[in-house]
Design a binder for this molecule. Structure first.
Ligand code: ADP
Length: 160
């Protein structure tokens, strides 16, 4: 039984993330999506909101667990008895950062492997920040994010 961990901020989850999860399920028996806080980013949605949106948008998939972590990712991976980290790759711009992070993790924990999954071409340009920006100015984000996220973005914007 091979479990892979897919960590990220998921603020909010996009169809690009869902595509990566679906592809990861073809390679591994189980995928644990781990919601964390990126110290460099101030989240728009709370961890609970992000977790809830992920749960709702992956309920059509078997063998997916949604969890969150706050400490070191490597400790979380070990606590799930896994040795695989999944990250998505979009454009070359992701590469430098992801490469550095993957190698740093390997320096600390040689047994943990990072596996990169390329997204579907339709989602190459897609990230959570663009989605939030579009939604803030009433842009149409249908088709870019799961329906629950469209709804939650509308609620969030109407409150601000
Ligand atoms: P982080 O703040 O950790 O980068 P994100 O939620 O922004 O978290 O992204 C989590 C992971 O998903 C990262 O590996 C990122 O490259 C990947 N990712 C984000 N958007 C897409 C997308 N549209 N297609 C493929 N991978 C993506």
């Amino acid at each position: 039984m091979q479990t892979a961990i897919y960590p990220g901020s998921f603020d909010p989850v996009t169809n690009g993330h869902i595509d990566v999860i679906e592809r990861a399920l073809r390679l591994f028996d189980k995928v644990v999506v781990a919601v964390g806080d990126n110290p460099g980013k101030k989240p728009a949605f709370t961890k609970d909101e992000r977790t809830e949106m992920l749960k709702e948008s992956t309920k059509h998939l078997k063998n997916v667990e949604i969890d969150y972590f706050s400490g070191l990712l490597l400790d979380f991976v070990k606590s799930k008895e896994s040795s695989i980290i999944i990250r998505g790759l979009r454009a070359v711009s992701d590469f430098e950062f992801e490469f550095q992070r993957a190698l740093m993790n390997r320096v600390v924990e040689n047994d943990i492997e990072t596996v990169f999954i390329m997204t579907k071409e339709n989602y190459v340009y897609l990230n959570s920040s663009i989605v939030k920006e579009m939604a803030m100015f009433n842009g149409n984000v249908n088709g870019l994010v799961p329906d629950i996220v469209v709804k939650k973005l509308k609620e969030k914007i109407s409150k601000t």
